[in-house]
Design a protein around this ligand. Sequence first.
Ligand code: G3H
Ligand code: ZN
Length: 287
Amino acid sequence: GLVSAKEMLDKAYKNGYAIGHFNINNLEWTKAVLLTAEENKSPVILGVSEGANKYMAGFKVVADMVKAMIEELNITVPVALHLDHGSYEGAKKAIKAGYSSVMFDGSHYDIKENIEKTKEIVELAHSLGISVEAEVGAIGGEEDGVVGSGEVADPKECKMIADLGVDFLAAGIGNIHGKYPDNWKGLDFDVLNQVNDITGDTPLVLHGGTGIPEDMVKKAISMGVSKINVNTECQWSFARATRKYIEEGKDLIGKGFDPRKLLAPGTEAIKETVKEKMILFGSVNQA
Ligand code: G3H
Ligand code: ZN
């Protein structure tokens, strides 16, 4: 069944690996990520943005679909269903609908308001055994309408937020959603180190997991990053495989237009990408 993300991330933090958070968009995405986690005996976090919740007809549809799929597919590895970049209202909706984990992204508020709202969400979520991710500084770029300034986190502010009892913390360290520009300066490991030092045993979260060079990913994990968010890369894989299928005219042969056939190559491609990430993050056989 669904579990909070706290235990799996504390374990990952202690043992020097990271758990992948993979954003889901529909049934195929969900199935691809769950099956890959099971096949590789890896704990996993399904991330759902508020936009994706809306697309899938609501929080409850998503929560009920994920729970039912875990049961029907006999998924035995730990799975957390996590609201990604949640607003204050969105976090409450996700908690009510049965999510096992929420991110409250108050990074666009001033630190005082971020603290107040994060504190309230932590109290509500923890009373129900639900884990909470908070954010300090901002992730650059845009994801599903959530636009971030890319401001690097202030380690002192990270400590203030971590001290509220958040289960894991996302700090902006030069990471960006979507494609990294050619002139990207790389992750700010100096700040990451400071944040890791000052926040004690709180696992850290790296957003914008698409396109970060492998050596930087490993270095970040060695400095306390225990959850890595990947979204765009699965979308690229899905789109590329779907395009190939259609360009080869396979949708026009036999029953190739049947959505179950049409969406299969993309679904397989997501599985490949998720598996590569699980190997890179070190979460294989940790379930
Ligand atoms: O919250 C989700 C992630 O930060 C995804 O970032 O699309 O660059 O992989 P990405
Ligand atoms: Zn993100």
